[in-house]
Design a protein around this ligand. Structure first.
Ligand code: SF4
Length: 420
């Protein structure tokens, strides 16, 4: 069967989809490059906002409408949040819950036995996709679910309670990817700082990955600000752990944070950021911010805005608050008008853009290692270890290269050759 996979939402969903594509290949199927070449469409859905849920429904229906012979499988957080509606969607042939996602290939074989390859469907050895130029970053999921109850968040309901993969299994995955030629492995999860396999915590796992695999570089994703393990600081000095930490702030106003049930104040957050900057020069700190949370007064928003500005984030993912049924915040008084949210989003996004440009400018003249990812027209685009989008004219050598950061052009920083 030719399988086309569509991802919506976060890096965790993307990591799961990459693992699924390897499972399909291992079971004897092929991955289609586009929907019109496919027999099966797998949609890994998202429900973090109303918009994400709507897009998930749209993507699933659209494939089935355009290609009536196509079979559609819908999985992911939208299925968990609205199972009945998901199952009733026109054109969707099979629903697979998040819990069952690791068995999705087997579920497909059970549902469509005529499509299962002969001998397929049993436990499979998962091959690693060989390196192709421009496809040199892979994502590996290390944990899932969450035990926190932030008042706005649907994740504990859609992904269940927190659980971690065994360290040995993660190490085997990363080793396979590194040996298969991937230059960067991104460690993902809901909150990777919650990782625990017996006594092995995130800092121990990273230490083992650095010691026991040949991954040229590792990148961490979302870390809870109240859970940052200081033992990670030493690993940044290895030169193989990207100087990039994503700390989800959600609001720069402590009163709003309290209503969000986030267990830290803006002062705690600022203290951690200062510590990180002191220990890891040039580190990129990125974040998520929610705008228009219930009860967010003009004064609270101004405090959040000023705090985001003061933090000098390398990138801010800003979202307008979107009530999710079943969460505490959905029934809080003081829901904010759409027009107000739109206006606050505009201000937050402008600030985010300025912050990114300031961070990029602050790094001018620095030597960084860039992973070249994709050519577009006569240019190559890549990402530095400290999360700066970098560009240069081709040709470039595949993989990692040390360059000097120049001026900002066309939404990226110009890479300058380092004289030998
Ligand atoms: S926001 Fe993060 S920490 Fe809070 S409940 Fe959601 S996943 Fe858990």
């Amino acid at each position: 069967m030719r399988v086309f996979l569509t991802n919506l939402g976060c890096k965790l969903n993307q990591a799961e989809l990459e693992a699924l594509s390897r499972r399909f290949v291992a079971a004897g199927h092929t991955i289609a490059g586009s929907l019109d070449e496919a027999d099966l469409h797998v949609v890994n859905s998202c429900t973090v906002t109303h918009m994400a849920a709507r897009d998930s429904r749209k993507v699933a229906r659209r494939g089935a409408r355009l290609y009536p012979a196509l079979k559609t499988v819908l999985t992911g957080c939208y299925v968990a949040a609205e199972p009945e509606r998901a199952a009733a969607l026109a054109g969707v042939d099979l629903i697979v819950s998040n819990r069952d996602k690791e068995r999705l290939v087997e579920r497909v074989h059970e549902a469509f036995p005529a499509e299962a390859p002969l001998g397929g469907g049993g436990p499979v050895e998962i091959p690693y996709v060989p390196l192709e130029f421009g496809n040199s970053r892979a994502l590996v999921k290390i944990e899932d679910g969450c035990n926190m109850r932030c008042s706005f968040c649907i994740i504990p309901a859609t992904r269940g309670s927190q659980r971690s993969r065994p360290a040995d299994e993660v190490i085997a995955d990363v080793r396979g990817l590194a040996d298969g030629g991937f230059h960067e492995v991104v460690i993902t999860g809901v909150q990777i700082s919650a990782y625990r396999d017996g006594e092995v915590r995130l800092a121990d796992l990273v230490g083992r990955l650095l010691a026991e695999t040949r991954a040229p570089r590792l990148r961490l994703t979302s870390i809870a600000p109240w859970q940052f393990d200081r033992r990670l600081l030493g690993h940044f000095r290895s030169g193989r752990l990207c100087r990039h930490v994503h700390l989800s702030l959600q609001s720069g106003c402590s009163d709003t944070l309290e209503r969000m049930r986030r267990p830290y104040s803006s002062a705690d957050f600022a203290g951690l950021v200062a510590e990180l900057r002191g220990a890891v020069p040039g580190i990129a700190i990125t974040t998520d911010v929610i705008v228009g949370f219930p009860g967010e007064s003009e004064a609270e928003f101004e405090r959040s805005l000023a705090f985001v500005e003061a933090m000098g984030f390398a990138r801010v993912h800003a979202f307008p608050y979107s009530p999710r049924e079943g969460t505490e915040a959905a029934s809080l008084p003081g829901q904010i008008d759409h027009g107000v949210k739109r206006e606050r989003m505009k201000r937050m996004l402008e600030l985010a853009e300025r912050g990114q440009a300031d961070f990029w400018s602050s790094q001018r003249g620095e030597r960084v290692r860039v992973l070249w990812e994709q050519p577009k027209r006569d240019r190559w685009w890549g990402t530095s270890d400290n999360y700066i989008r970098v560009v240069r004219r081709g040709p470039v050598r595949p993989g990692l290269q040390e360059v000097r950061l120049g001026r900002i052009v066309d939404g990226a920083v110009l890479a300058e050759e380092i004289a030998a």
